[in-house]
Design a protein around this ligand. Structure first.
Ligand SMILES: Cc1ncc(COP(=O)(O)O)c(C=O)c1O
Length: 453
């Protein structure tokens, strides 16, 4: 078991070192906190003692206000796939700038992006755009309720679908007030039973085919297949939230697993770093939004077709991240994940590296992780996560507090070797604290705590 006192003391020391080395960032945070609660306007960016403040970013590199350089393995929580200054994306945005914006009219770029996405993701026959992954999921769920005329949704513990669709330990008090049945991620029989019991009330089942914020935990093929069969049987809409996971294979995880949802939601990287969301899927469902129909469903949004995002999105899907690039990029991620796992095992650490391709997560515990309840949220586990996080930052590698590591396209062998070397050095120093046995006790049932991306 972990030694709680040592871990908490070690974390306090790491926080003091972080703070002492960053006086300008500390002052910037103190100033921000006078008007922004907590000093930020996006909860997930905070970590104690104060978060990173950047002064410059280029390629896959960041520089903080105090002059420290980092390789950016946070990757803007998957939105930053192209790095910070890709010239092709800059060209697309500049082109839109030169043509004028806020036009209140169509430009044709919407149709270009729609074609690119439908060609790429097999469940997409029609698509509509919005401004965030949260909005895409809200639209998908409200569409399901309108089309099926049923009230309830099924979501999964550890699932994250946006700021008002958070299901860490069940629905958050801040969630949009959908009647929600909680399924059990990767538990095929319990979830099948729940689906059958609530069939007549369920408009939709929503899940990430790999839970991202929940700790990079992939859904098993048998579980996904069961969801597909039961949803088809009951007339319930199966929604895959591929806001993060669509980057993990040329046609998203739906193509990789061969299980096609009725509706898919997209976001993050597709907008080339600009605000983006999309929901799409079966033509017979999406055609309900055909504005020429007298009974058309409404889909509003001032910035749904903002010309910057539309232009950047087309370049992202066709030039920056075409299907063949997605395959090679994610294969590199699989290799890196294996190297990190080996580094932990060689040192006898209780540490698992979960994930698929270009997204992975370090979990300081022994044993397999199949669902978020396998990931403890106790003080010692949180201290261990904090130590890994600050330890890698101290070694020039920026990752998410929850342990998530996200690759970007500018990275190559030098960055991957650098991360492995930093992890090995950190693991050597943590070996006395994170010996085999892990932090999981029999009663641990809480998911990774904290805000989501
Ligand atoms: C799987 C998933 N769905 C939806 C969202 C929400 O997207 P946005 O932050 O663009 O609203 C996120 C954000 O992290 C996500 O990871």
């Amino acid at each position: 078991m972990l030694d709680n006192t040592c871990l908490v003391d070690a974390l306090a020391e790491a926080e003091a070192r972080y703070s002492d080395a960053r006086p300008r960032s500390k002052a910037a945070h103190a100033r921000a906190a006078q008007r922004l609660p907590g000093g930020n306007t996006r909860s997930v960016l905070h970590f104690p003692p104060f978060p990173l403040f950047t002064e410059a970013a280029s390629g896959c590199h960041l520089r903080d206000l105090d002059g420290h350089d980092y390789v950016d393995f946070l990757g803007e929580y998957t939105a930053g796939i192209a790095g910070h200054d890709d010239p092709r994306l800059a060209g697309a945005i500049t082109g839109a700038l030169e043509r004028g914006w806020v036009n209140g009219a169509l430009t044709g770029a919407e149709a270009d992006l729609a074609e690119a996405l439908c060609a790429r993701f097999p469940s997409l026959e029609r698509v509509r755009f919005c401004n965030s992954g949260t909005e895409a999921n809200m639209m998908a769920l409200t569409t399901a309720r309108a089309v099926t005329d049923r009230p309830a949704i099924m979501a999964f513990g550890g699932g994250y679908h946006g700021g008002v669709l958070l299901f860490a330990d069940g629905p958050s008090a801040q969630n949009a007030p959908f009647e929600t049945v909680m399924g059990v991620y990767n538990d095929t029989e319990r979830t099948r039973d729940l689906l059958r019991r609530h069939a007549s009330r369920l408009a939709a089942v929503i899940l990430e085919p790999m839970q991202g914020s929940g700790g990079c935990i992939p859904a098993g093929p048998e579980f996904l297949q069961m969801l597909r069969e039961e949803c088809t049987r009951a007339g319930t809409m199966l929604i895959f939230d591929e806001v993060m996971t669509s980057r993990l294979a040329p046609g998203g995880l739906q193509a990789a697993t061969g299980v096609l949802p009725d509706v898919t939601t997209l976001g993050k990287y597709i907008g080339g770093g600009l605000s983006f969301g999309a929901f799409g899927g079966r033509a017979d469902i999406l055609e309900r939004f055909d504005t020429r129909r007298p009974d058309a469903l409404m889909h509003a949004g001032t910035f749904n077709n903002n010309p910057f995002t539309m232009a950047a999105g087309v370049v992202m899907m066709t030039e920056v991240y075409p299907p063949e690039r997605a395959a090679a990029f994610n294969a590199a991620g699989d290799a890196l994940r294996g190297r990190l796992q080996l580094a932990a095992e060689a040192r006898g650490l209780a540490l698992q590296v979960t994930g698929i391709g270009s997204m992975m997560c370090l979990h300081p515990l022994a044993g397999p992780i199949e669902r978020p309840v396998d990931v403890p949220g106790e003080a010692d586990a949180l201290a261990a996560r904090g130590l890994i996080h600050l330890g890698l930052i101290e070694r020039g590698h920026y990752i998410a507090r929850r342990g998530m590591i996200v690759l970007s396209l500018p990275m190559g062998r030098a960055e991957f070797d650098g991360l492995v070397a930093a992890a090995e050095d950190l693991f050597d120093s943590l070996a006395p604290l994170l010996g085999r046995g892990g932090s999981r006790g029999p009663d641990d049932t809480r998911a990774v705590s904290g805000a989501r991306g």
